[in-house]
Design a protein. Structure first.
Length: 94
């Protein structure tokens, strides 16, 4: 079983249910179970081909679909944790 943690607490968006949308997106694409605790999620799946790198690609796709790619990026943390952080200089452009 693969377990990847996602921390999206740094996203500041007009959409209040962005974490819920992200969880639904990850569940649909991985076919696994997504546990949500605020802006922190845990993706658990037994599907072949789903690993930390693939979840990172999915997070980047989600940011692109929501037009947040210019302001945020996905960073790999310790072991099986991914963080969505604000890009440096993104707040200066606004």
């Amino acid at each position: 079983m693969v377990e990847v943690k996602v921390n999206a607490s740094k996203i500041k968006s007009e959409e209040k249910d962005l974490a819920t949308q992200l969880a639904a997106f990850l569940k649909e694409k991985t076919g696994g179970e997504v546990n949500v605790d605020g802006a922190k999620m845990t993706v658990k799946t037994e599907a072949l081909g789903v690993n930390k790198k693939y979840v990172k690609v999915l997070l980047n796709k989600f940011l692109h679909h929501k037009t947040l790619k210019d302001n945020y990026r996905v960073i790999a943390g310790e072991e099986d944790t991914l963080y969505i952080n604000e890009r440096k200089g993104a707040e200066e452009e606004e």
